[in-house]
Write a protein that binds this ligand. Structure first.
Ligand code: ADP
Ligand code: ZN
Ligand code: ZN
Length: 745
């Protein structure tokens, strides 16, 4: 290395700061300094942890000195730093926070406890760490139990007697603030428990051999293998319904990679990251495999991360954050179910792992395979315009056709009923001993007006999205551009008074089904019934063991599970996806329908699908129902072009949040002027919509207003957002969030 010409280092600090910082290294620490290690540095009146990015050249100013070097070995390589830098610039997020998010949390836990992060803490292959266990206080103190999430967490801990932090995270996602609150109130007590973990713990599996491929699979494998052999970046879309043999294609291309001494990164949505999937890889390969899933404690995740860092694994399987796995010599990145919105991190550092897979693939000169039965509209467009190579697996391996759907027109009928055709089909299916899935979407958080007579919904004339009903003002508002109209009492289209904001709930449907089929064994799978640990698995097991005749479920059932006994799928509230106030509502409906149709008839029977809807003529339903995929994408792309949505424009969102409703609204209106000024300075064409109240105006106690930015050229959008990041400091009590390529707007 040729760095010794300087004793100044550049450090990224994980705080909401736009710049990196320079520090002088005292002579004694110099030998331990290397890019990729953490340092302890003075910052204001505190000492904070920062990441060494590299050496910097001479500066005259007085610089403060590094207090300590925290690692014996670098945590990231220059190649990894390159992707962190790319992500920081692209998502307009502070580099230090990007690095912190990319590294496993276990590292920080260790440094807080003041131990070294290197191998010394290993004892005979097992490492000693602690984890926090929560117990209910006995007797409980006489304080008021907080409402909402904290109360659910508390009852879970009381029910189970105790729960580890990792378990709670697995069930309640982000729950640190609630746990802190419960602890402050004395409702829970904590214990630090030492855990001994064996990172090499794996179930034993029987090895298997590659299957002889069908022609579609052979072609897909050969083309990917050829691309890998060129050693250049090559992106693919592997399009094939569930059961068409995509995973087998991944396995056989990975086999080729391993022979060539390269490695594979396999991203799957969290919900699909099951032991069954991982065991398919373990059966096939004898190399080390690391699995990064959300059920891991910080310590376990850190263990897996260290195995990868030390080069002990050649395959990493993981959910979203695995895109940052420290795997070297990557030859292929798979993003399975690439359309899943869970690849987008929706809090803090708002990155999209699916998009970063393409960026990382390019840096690593790897092949990137995006797999899906229902690719995103933007992905499809990239494939038909030649930016991605399209590989198709047109048939299921078992040769069974995907069923077509029968669409029942529910207009003008009694809306809260299971209509006769579906009822008759269910009765017939019951009589034949078949299982039935009655699907209804979880009622979205937003409400909108639907006419039960003609199916009409109110849409924004500017943005084409559904208007959201705001009760306080009794108005319908576009949450993209703030267009608003007073709530009508009759349908503006047909004059009917049967206009409603309410949809069916799962409980209501359960009641109806039980009434209509008193002899059937009915079960329900939704947020409420799956809350407890194992609730999900218990319901699925009953279905698999044929102890359930009719399963009523929300979108939870549409994903990932195999129900070979289900021969009838009835969909009773497709409107709640079709009419969500999001420009992707048609795409999401198409995807959901297609997934549900894939649920029917996975056994010997082809199955039957019935959709009961107020919008029987909608193209998303018709094309999903007849499996006319290309027609759907063509129609939807024309709509996107006409209304100005991706892939024809690039989107950015700006959110202002705060606890005082009026302050957030006022500041948003004031910021609007500033954004327009910035647009003038930044140049280029950017359309600014809003500010408008977010559809879920109050989220976790904070009110939220948003701006939506549209730009035909990405650089114009980025210049504007970057200027905003640099120049705007929100008043106290208000936070600003910037989302590049927002999903679920
Ligand atoms: P996907 O990932 O598209 O859902 P899979 O690769 O999981 O598809 O394949 C579905 C099922 O078919 C699996 O049980 C798999 O083992 C089997 N399978 C895949 N390819 C073949 C093949 N060429 N011959 C026989 N069975 C296959
Ligand atoms: Zn009407
Ligand atoms: Zn609008």
């Amino acid at each position: 290395m040729n760095h010794s010409t300087t004793d100044i280092i550049e450090v990224a600090i994980p705080l909401p700061l736009d710049t990196t910082f320079h520090y002088r290294v005292p002579e004694g620490l110099m030998p331990r300094i290397a890019p990729g290690k953490r340092v302890l540095v003075p910052f204001g009146r505190r000492k904070v942890t920062g990441y060494i990015l590299g050496f910097a050249t001479g500066e005259e100013r007085e610089l403060r000195e590094v207090a300590d070097v925290l690692d014996d070995a670098p945590l990231f390589t220059p190649r990894e730093l390159e992707i962190y830098r790319w992500a920081a610039a692209y998502y307009l997020h502070p580099l230090g926070e990007v690095i912190k998010a990319a590294l496993p949390a276990g590292i920080n836990v260790q440094s807080r406890r003041g131990t070294s992060t290197d191998g010394d803490a290993m004892t005979g292959g097992r490492r000693v760490l602690t984890e926090t266990v929560y117990h209910p206080a006995t007797p409980p103190p006489a304080v008021e139990v907080p409402r909402g999430k904290a109360s659910s967490i508390l009852s879970h801990i009381q029910q189970e007697g105790k729960a580890t932090a990792a378990e709670l995270r697995g069930i309640f996602a982000d729950c640190a603030p609630q746990l802190r609150r419960l602890r402050e109130l004395g409702l829970v007590v904590t214990e630090e428990r030492e855990v001994y973990r064996d990172p090499f713990r794996e179930e034993s599996v029987t090895p298997d051999a590659p299957l002889p491929l069908n022609p579609g699979q052979t072609e897909a494998r050969d083309r990917i293998v050829a691309a890998i052999d060129t050693g250049r970046f090559a992106p693919f879309l592997l399009h094939g319904v569930t059961g068409s043999g995509k995973t087998e294609v991944y396995l056989q291309t990975i086999a080729h990679l391993l022979d060539a001494g390269r490695t594979a990164l396999v991203l799957v949505p969290e919900i699909a990251l099951t032991p069954q999937l991982v065991n398919r890889f373990r059966r096939r390969f004898r190399c080390g495999i690391a699995v990064l899933h959300s059920g891991l404690s910080d310590g376990e995740r850190y263990d897996e991360w260290r195995r990868i860092r030390r080069g002990e694994v050649a395959i990493v399987i993981g959910a979203r954050s695995a895109i940052f796995a420290p795997l070297e010599r990557i030859g292929m990145i798979v993003v399975d179910e690439e359309h899943e919105s869970s690849y987008k991190q929706s809090e803090g550092f708002r990155y999209n792992a699916r998009d970063l897979a393409l960026v990382r693939g390019k840096m690593e000169k790897a092949s990137v395979v995006l797999g899906s039965a229902t690719p995103q509209v933007t992905t499809w467009h990239a494939a038909v315009t030649g930016k991605l190579t399209l590989l198709s697996l047109p048939e299921r391996v078992n040769g069974l056709p995907v069923p077509h759907a029968e669409i029942i027109d529910a207009r003008g009928k009694k809306a809260d009923a299971i209509l006769p055709l579906l009822a008759d089909a269910t009765a017939a299916n019951l009589a034949n001993g078949g299982q039935t899935l009655v699907f209804l979407n979880r009622r979205g958080f937003a409400t909108w007006l639907t006419c039960e007579e003609c199916g009409h919904v109110l849409r924004c004339p500017n943005c084409a999205v559904t208007l959201t009903y705001h009760q306080r003002k009794n108005r319908h508002v576009c949450h993209y551009c703030d267009y608003a109209i007073p709530a009508p009492s009759v349908c503006p289209d047909c004059g009917s008074t049967r206009v409603t904001h309410l949809g069916l709930g799962t409980e209501q449907v359960e009641e109806l089904v039980r009434e209509r089929f008193p002899e059937a064994r009915v079960d329900r799978m939704d947020r409420d019934t799956t809350r407890g640990r194992g609730g999900h698995a218990r319901i699925l097991r009953k279905v698999a063991e044929r102890k359930t005749d009719i399963l009523i479920g929300t979108q939870m059932v549409a994903k990932g599970h195999d129900f070979p006994g289900i021969t009838l799928v009835g969909i009773v509230s497709v409107e709640s996806t079709l009419n969500i106030p999001d420009y992707r509502s048609a795409e999401r409906t198409y995807q959901l329908m297609t997934q549900l149709m894939g649920r029917a008839g996975r056994g010997e029977d082809a199955g039957r699908v019935i959709i009961q809807t107020l919008n029987p003529d909608h193209y998303a339903l018709i094309h999903a129902g007849t499996a006319s995929m290309e027609e759907f994408y063509t129609t939807e792309l024309a709509f996107r072009q006409e209304t100005g949505y991706p892939p024809f424009v690039h989107l950015g969102a700006i959110y202002l949040t705060g606890t005082a409703a009026s302050a957030v609204e006022q500041e948003s209106r004031r910021l609007a002027g500033q954004i327009r000024t910035l647009r003038r300075e930044a140049g280029g064409h950017v359309e600014i919509l809003g500010p408008s109240p977010a559809p879920l105006l109050k989220l976790r106690g904070r009110y939220r207003w948003q701006f939506l930015l549209k730009a035909p050229v990405r650089s114009a959008l980025h210049r504007l957002l970057a200027r905003l990041r640099r120049t705007y400091t929100p008043p106290s009590g208000i936070r600003i969030l910037i989302d590049v390529d927002p999903v679920d707007l």
